[in-house]
Design a protein around this ligand. Structure first.
Ligand code: ATP
Ligand code: FE2
Length: 323
């Protein structure tokens, strides 16, 4: 019988349910929480997910819900209240459908959906989203973290800066647009420590820089500085691991300037650069369902008593059973 997995994603502001089989996404339904003001309020986002999850699941099952083999959900990392709301729904669904429950690591799901939907086989992955910024690669049964942010994710840094100058959430795309009108680069702190990077000082310095420079120039300089840091660490992970592919994942991966810098680096090194379709870059239910499918095929399941969410779940704490 064909395997099909229902996956639920709701680690932050996006609530999404999807059904996938081994070949493709059969159905996907999404409801996005948009904060009335400011950034994401975890409790409000969780309330949004609670309000919409029944409907999202119902619509998804209606579109493609025959013979579900297992229910997968993001067990972490993410915002605690959001994770708990979606996990409760996943447990109830698995019990009522009488199928296994599979708790998946959200970061690894970003990587696996990229390996599924691009030709990448064994890449160095740059995963850049609101809360996360990591450089990862597979080695000996785990996805190792080669470099990561020491404070906030690049997306949150962009959003925070954008909000402070009166732009609405999410700020990343607005900063990208403004940066196109820039006339000059203003120096901002470039912070790479070993293989790790930091963005909170950059956000503060960018706000400071507005006293002497125009907003588009600061947006441009913010991007140039932050993306150069990410590209440098990604390149060093490539050199260190000897891998010959780079995969971009996460919502910030929509940024064309970041893509351009990574593409140039990969071309210089003579390696491949892969970017999945946009729908698979930001948080989506399909990636959770697909990693669930890989784990299901490897015989993995999460007993309900062990299905407590883990808001700080690191990708290198997950044992890869499916490769
Ligand atoms: P995670 O739970 O993995 O941290 P998330 O909830 O932040 O994910 P994503 O959809 O992966 O969700 O990423 C959202 C982030 O991507 C926001 O911070 C947003 O500003 C940023 N972003 C979206 N488009 C762009 C862009 N074109 N340039 C820069 N940043 C962008
Ligand atoms: Fe994500």
């Amino acid at each position: 019988m064909k395997i099909s997995i229902l996956g639920l994603e709701g680690t932050a502001w996006n609530l999404s349910a999807a059904i996938v089989d081994e070949n493709d996404v059969i159905a996907e339904t999404t409801a996005t929480y948009i904060p009335a003001s400011g950034g994401i309020h975890p409790r409000e986002a969780a309330q949004h997910h609670a309000n919409h999850i029944a409907d999202i699941v119902r619509q998804t099952l209606k579109k493609g819900g025959r013979n579900i083999s297992a229910v997968a959900f993001s067990i972490g990392p993410g915002l605690g209240p959001c994770l708990r709301t979606v996990a409760t729904a996943a447990r109830a669904l698995a019990l009522s459908l009488e199928v296994p429950l599979i708790g998946v690591n959200h970061c690894i799901a970003h990587i696996e959906v990229g390996r599924w939907k691009t030709p990448a086989k064994d890449p160095v992955t740059l995963y850049v989203s609101g809360a996360n910024s990591q450089v990862l690669a597979y080695r000996k049964g785990r996805y190792r973290v080669f470099g990561e942010t020491l404070d906030i994710g690049i997306g949150n840094a962009l959003d925070k800066f954008a909000r402070s100058v009166g732009l609405s959430h999410p700020g990343g795309p607005k900063v990208e647009e403004l940066a196109r009108q820039a006339k000059q680069y203003v120096p901002l702190p470039y912070t790479v420590k070993g293989m790790d990077f930091s963005f909170s000082g950059l956000t503060t310095a960018a706000q400071e820089a507005l006293k002497r420079a125009a907003l588009p120039d600061v947006c441009h300089s913010f991007q140039e500085t932050a993306f150069a840091m990410l590209t440098e660490v990604t390149e060093r992970a490539v050199a260190h691991t000897g891998k010959n592919e780079v995969l971009l994942a996460g919502g910030v991966g929509a940024n064309l300037r970041l893509r351009e810098m990574l593409a140039i680096m990969c071309e210089d090194r003579g390696i491949k650069f892969y970017v999945p379709e946009k729908r698979f870059m930001g948080d989506n239910g399909a990636m959770i369902a697909y990693l669930g499918l890989l784990m299901y095929k490897s015989g993995y399941s999460t007993p309900v008593p062990d299905s407590r969410v883990n808001p700080g779940f690191r990708p290198d704490d997950a044992v890869v059973t499916w490769q």
